[in-house]
Design a protein around this ligand. Structure first.
Ligand SMILES: [Mg+2]
Length: 271
């Protein structure tokens, strides 16, 4: 009898400790650790707000210049990205840390249409509308997110939240053979509009010249086009995710947490 009780205690202790190990692993995996700091910065740093305001303040100045200098027959347009440019999806990133909403994921988040406008984004879009400059939203959200995306933009008060001002991932994105490329959609907008500004959190939101990051993380194209930033290209901060990660992981999709950690550490600079 005594030995039965002893073994059941042992089994119970082992079971409890296994569960707690699993729980610990879930809350401190590579993805969670990586996002914990970047999402905290994005949601709490005054610097984040200031950078968004700075970006949209510069955008407003450039828009004014273009409107004043305009001798074009085509109507003027600003092309903006949506995620982490106009709408804040960091609450979804939080669920990746806590694993609360792991199964339902991204589509569940966008279907709720409850992302909030980022600092300065709404004011800028309304200002553009006042100046008769159209906003085109070019996003890599999928077609099945189109209705909820428009609803979200509309709920937040964004102008031009209409079908003809929204290009999702499958709309004309094939120009370079890269399904994420936005070049085809920008070309489409250019047919009838003069694009005076592009705003995004990813270099790929501006031009296909930034898409290849295989050499020096793609910085060569940034250096060559340095005068365009703050002029025609307005870049906003996003430390949570982005195309900037791909060269760090050497374009490999199925890496283990240990491999990712090893790769990141191997690329750290000491001088
Ligand atoms: Mg984005």
């Amino acid at each position: 009898m005594k030995s039965k009780i002893f073994y059941s205690i042992i089994i119970s202790v082992l079971f409890t400790s296994c569960r707690s190990i699993q729980k610990t692993e879930l809350s401190s995996g590579f993805q969670q650790d990586k996002l914990l700091v970047s999402v905290s910065w994005y949601q709490h740093a005054g610097e984040m707000e200031a950078l968004y305001y700075q970006g949209f303040n510069i955008a407003r100045l450039r828009l004014d210049e273009s409107v004043t200098a305009n001798t074009n027959n085509k109507p003027l347009a600003v092309v903006v990205d949506i995620d982490e440019t106009m709408l804040n999806n960091s609450p979804f990133e939080t669920t990746l840390i806590t694993n609360e909403d792991k199964l339902s994921g991204w589509y569940n988040w966008t279907s709720k249409a409850k992302a909030k406008a980022l600092p300065g984004a709404l004011e800028f879009a309304k200002y553009a509308q006042e100046k008769h400059v159209e906003i085109f939203y070019i996003t890599n959200r999928d077609d099945n997110e189109r209705a909820s995306t428009l609803k979200n933009l509309e709920t937040e008060g964004f102008p031009f939240a209409t079908d003809d001002h929204l290009f999702t991932k499958s709309d004309l994105s094939y120009s370079t053979g890269n399904t994420s490329s936005k070049e085809g959609r920008r070309t489409k907008v250019s047919e009838k509009h003069e694009i005076i500004l592009l705003i995004g959190d990813n270099l790929n939101d501006f031009s296909e010249i930034f898409e290849d990051r295989k050499i020096n993380d793609g910085k060569e194209a940034v250096d060559k086009n340095r005068e365009m930033f703050g002029k025609k290209f307005i870049i906003l901060p996003n430390p949570m995710y982005g195309a900037w990660e791909k060269p760090l992981y050497e374009y490999r999709d199925s890496l283990t947490d240990n491999e990712k950690t090893r790769l990141l550490k191997s690329k750290l600079k000491t001088e």
